[in-house]
Design a protein around this ligand. Structure first.
Ligand code: FAD
Length: 323
């Protein structure tokens, strides 16, 4: 069976959910091997986690020599791993979670190995010949595109929440991979980092549930945040809410904000402008609360509530906490 490389998304060895989604997707294309950039001390623990989702092998690349540098060393290490994997057998695809960093790594890798690259897929399946066929939502979500790479080993970045993680036991054999990093790849270094203040909520682009608020909140996000917390959801905002200074830009969903694709998206006091839709319309289930029955968001929703969010959300929260 062809090998499929899946780059693990983690924070200090804590594997993030998009990794399990990618391993699930990878099994449609071949036998997944996970790639862990991190401390070799954490390799076994990470392998234990990813093998539950079918990882046959776990390549551990010690990130100590490249820590503090930008993305070029990772691309160089992956190039060497891809060359080794290709010489050992058939390599069906390389999958990475769609983060800003991974998209740059993927682009650099594509140039290095002469392969085609598809970014921000919302689904990947095996075509009739077994090759990877991706689905993307493009032009502010107005078109859904099916595409495949025709040159080299397909490199695909996949958005979080594109698949429900499904367990399948893999061997999880740990293999250390020693990459040689050139001085040229270490040309840019991080000089300072500012940790983001934690909200205690899931990261917006990874959350399974997102509860957003717009201009209709009138600047009072308490009902939105309270409802979000009752569901363990991330909080999002429309640009109108961000431009009004009610929420930071990091919370903005849409064309000029973040793209989310959760299992459930709840839009509150948001009209449904095309630029907002661009960031959330691939959500699996969409619910809107809006006091205007003619609001365009209702064209998009699976469930709509016509009402004042300041009344509806506390009542909904009560129902949830009473259960
Ligand atoms: P409005 O359109 O004003 O809608 C507010 C809604 O709240 C109305 O439907 C109203 O009926 C409802 N409402 C009012 N009070 C209540 C209440 N008490 N209870 C329930 N409902 C209530 N927008 C984004 O969101 N994200 C982007 O990334 C983005 N990028 C853009 C990029 C460009 C180049 C441009 C031109 C625009 C962009 N916009 C973006 C802006 C977008 O066009 C809209 O202006 C914006 O999405 C509107 O935000 P809103 O829905 O919160 O506000």
């Amino acid at each position: 069976m062809s090998e499929v490389l899946v780059v693990i998304d983690h924070a200090e060895g804590e594997v993030k959910k998009p990794t399990y989604e990618l391993l699930t997707i990878a099994r449609r294309l071949g036998a997944p091997s996970a790639v862990f950039f991190g401390s070799p001390d954490q390799g076994d623990a990470v392998a234990e986690k990813v093998k539950r989702y079918g990882a046959a092998k776990v390549y551990v690349i010690d990130d100590a020599p490249i820590k503090g540098f930008l993305v070029a060393p990772k691309a160089e290490a992956l190039q060497q791993l891809v060359e080794q994997a290709s010489s050992n057998g058939d390599l069906a695809a390389i999958l990475l979670p769609s983060t800003f960093e991974n998209k740059e790594v993927a682009a650099r890798l594509a140039i290095k190995i002469g392969s085609g690259l598809i970014t921000d897929a919302v689904d990947v399946s095996a075509g009739s010949d077994g090759s990877a066929v991706t689905t993307q939502s493009v032009f502010a979500g107005n078109y859904t595109v099916q595409a495949k790479v025709t040159t080299g080993t397909p490199i695909i970045t996949v958005k979080p929440n594109s698949a429900a993680p499904e367990e399948a036991e893999g061997a999880g054999a740990v293999e250390a991979f020693a990459a040689t990093i050139s001085d040229a790849a270490k040309g840019a270094q991080v000089v300072a980092t500012q940790p983001r203040q934690s909200t205690g909520r899931p990261e917006l682009t990874e959350a399974a549930i997102v509860v957003s608020g717009g201009r209709g909140t009138g600047g009072n996000f308490e009902p939105v945040e309270g409802f979000a917390d009752s569901l363990g959801a991330a909080v999002g905002a429309s640009r109108a809410a961000v431009d009004s200074g009610w929420m930071p830009h990091a919370f903005q969903v849409g064309q000029t904000g973040k793209t989310v694709s959760p299992q459930l998206y709840v839009a509150n006091g948001i009209s449904g402008a095309i630029q907002h839709r661009a960031g959330m319309q691939t959500s699996k289930t969409i619910v809107a609360v809006n006091k205007d029955p003619e609001a365009p968001i209702f064209e998009l929703v699976d469930f709509g509530v016509v009402g004042d969010l300041h009344t509806v959300l506390p009542a909904a929260r009560q129902q949830i906490t009473d259960r």
